[in-house]
Ligand binder design. Sequence first.
Ligand code: IPM
Ligand code: MG
Length: 362
Amino acid sequence: MGLTIVALPGDGVGKEVVSSSLRVFQECVSKHGIDVQLEEYKIGGQALEEYGEPLPDFVLEACKSSRIILLGAVGDDRYDNNPPHLRPEQALLRLRKELGLFANLRPVRTNAALLESSPLKASIVEGVDILIVRELTGGIYFGEPRGIETRAEGRVGINTEVYFDYEVERIARVAFEASQGRRQRLTSVDKANVLESSQLWRTVVSELSPDFPKVALQHMLVDNCAMQLIARPKDFDVLLASNLFGDILSDEAAMLTGSIGMLPSASLGESSAQGRIGMYEPVHGTAPDIVGQEKANPLATIASVALLFRYSLGRDDIGREIEYAIEKTLERGYRTPDIATEGGHLLGTQEMVDQVLEALHS
Ligand code: IPM
Ligand code: MG
């Protein structure tokens, strides 16, 4: 049976970075003789415009049957006043939930050629290598009750942080397993001094620890973690966090690398006989201020394609080739505006892709 990959460029710079990364994807599949079909669909603001909803059912079905998805970004301020189910972001949240993508992996590695791009001192960020494992289908993003109501005392906005033990256990397992293949240090983040959901989170993670005797587990309160990530980022190996805490900490961690335009991500489901369903996307958003100006950094999406080869196609070798080509491109001094350094060659989005392809060949 042939493989199909679904591409969902979405809004803003999503379209630019997905078409860029597909150039790298096509190059790799043809070089390695992999037979794949590519399908592309509109989601987010684009789909609202064309179909009146952020994620039409036929697009969701296409994703369910392909099981391999490359996504750009969603969001469009024209729809900011829409009710929640008609906002572009709903496409992303529904995809995550309906495809069961509970494990979001966000690797944060500093690149030797980019140390100057970080607002932090080079001595602090040099050699940082963190894997953020973020829970993606639970917590306050999906908890009930939720909504905005009017009561006698006034208007009230409500969201609920809810975690079942099995939700914590399956994401913790992913994090423990990942640390086994790394430096064997796991930091689990919570707010157990205040929140019951965090107290259960901490208990369940601790209960799993004996299954992974080689991994040193540490619990850290999220406020302290936000500070330690800046103070001593090198000490972190795998960072396990809930949906909300992982969202916030991954943007913070992005600045260790110099730009959020550098961070890839993989969102994975449960392993099954058909393999593991995976969605790959850059951590950055739609960047409306630079749309259509050839200023978007395509590297996060290209690095997401590397993760796609690794996790969905079982081709770690091709993933490494792509990551190496990105490194080489940066070493050669090529830069998009977000990571511009003195003496670097400033390039547009497509020119940057040209250089990555060049590095792949050499
Ligand atoms: C992310 C984004 C999303 C999230 C938004 C766009 C809904 O910030 O993937 O980190 O909050 O999960
Ligand atoms: Mg985010």
